[in-house]
Design a protein around this ligand. Structure first.
Ligand code: PBG
Length: 343
């Protein structure tokens, strides 16, 4: 039988006529050539590990929606910080689950120098001085209503909240925090925190601004982890950014930099890669993303069902942040990734 070559439709060109001599697949033909031309890489130096802290001793309380993540008592947090430092992870970020009896209308427990977050910072600093500690100065874990600000007659009052956040930042710095990362999105908080830190001798404590924190559905599992899910009424749309906006994100970042932010953060992460790229191109300063609880939970849940390869999806999602322009990523996957990168 004769082999039949299908006839090209009249007037069409062959591939060489279309591409000239350029064939982009040449550099993809083998692992060695792909490695040679690879533009971005993920390393352990890119990782910041968020951990949850509770009062108590020897506690590791699992979080339902975040398989593999625990609320840790301070002693356990110290052990995990030691593990992280051993893996080469540069910094951890701590978030408290505060006892309900200590939460009130104004989040006053944030001003206790011995609250669970400050205790954790002191203990970690003493045991593992080589790891960076990032603390959040937002009120939501401390308020009885789960909002990031002081609530008066249905309104989150800006300036009073800022005063409290700035005072909390000074206490966190005194406990040993290296970077204050306020996640509340009140106007003027960066400048107020910078002034308060400087006035108290903490010139070397940096500020990572959650400059562009969007009102998002992806925070769900986190609210379960810190125990605000059942408390929060309404939403955070009067202070977090509208997730339809990108010019407004630029104005937020510009403002925070003018007030003294050392680094910027975009949150959530993966659905906001366009914002990361815009900020990096516009300001060329250290830029971070927070791969939030919902993003973590989605990868974990799909992997647990056998629907995706969890490890590959994790690495692909983290590399995407680097490609978009991030200098680093806050991710609950940090120790898992660090182990994999070491292997
Ligand atoms: C609030 C805060 C949030 C997260 C960290 N601090 C969002 C919220 O509860 O509204 C989310 C982190 C995550 O989802 O992993 N200040």
């Amino acid at each position: 039988m004769n082999k039949v070559t299908p006839a090209k439709p009249a007037g069409t060109r062959n591939v060489d006529e279309i591409t000239g001599s350029r064939r982009l697949r040449r550099m993809r033909k083998a692992d060695w050539s792909r490695r040679l031309v690879r533009e971005t890489r993920l390393t352990v130096d890119d990782l910041i590990w968020p951990i949850f802290i509770v009062e108590g001793n020897d506690l590791r309380v699992p979080i339902d929606a975040m398989s593999g993540v625990f609320r840790l008592s301070v002693d356990q947090a110290v052990r995990e910080a030691e593990r992280a430092a051993g893996l080469g992870i540069p910094a951890i970020a701590t978030f408290p689950n505060v006892e309900l009896s200590l939460r009130d209308q104004t989040g006053s427990n944030i001003l206790d120098p011995d609250n669970v977050i400050n205790k954790a910072t002191r203990a970690i600093k003493e045991a593992v001085p080589e790891i960076g500690i990032i603390t959040d100065a937002a009120l939501d874990p401390f308020t009885s209503h789960g909002h990031d600000g002081i609530l008066r007659e249905g309104i989150i009052v800006n300036d009073e909240t800022v005063e409290q956040v700035a005072a909390a930042a000074v206490l966190q710095a005194a406990a040993g925090s290296d970077i204050i990362a306020p996640s509340d999105m009140m106007d003027g908080r960066i400048g107020a925190i910078r002034d308060a830190l400087d006035a108290n001798g903490f010139q070397d404590v940096a500020i990572m601004s959650y400059a562009t924190k969007f009102a998002s559905a992806f925070y769900g599992p986190y609210r379960d982890a810190i125990g605000t899910a059942g408390l929060l009424k309404g939403d955070k749309k009067t202070y977090y950014l509208d997730h339809a906006n990108t010019d407004e994100a630029i104005r937020e970042a510009e403002q925070d930099l003018a007030e003294g932010a050392d680094m910027l953060m975009v949150k959530p992460g993966l659905p906001y890669l366009d914002i990361i790229r815009r900020l990096k191109d516009e300001f060329a300063i250290p830029t971070f993303a927070y791969q939030v609880s919902g993003e973590y939970a989605m990868i974990k849940a799909a992997a647990a069902n056998g629907w995706i390869d969890g490890d590959k999806a994790m690495l692909e999602s983290l590399l995407a942040f680097k490609r978009a322009g991030c200098d680093g990523i806050l991710t609950y996957f940090a120790p898992q990734v660090a182990e994999m990168l070491k292997a």
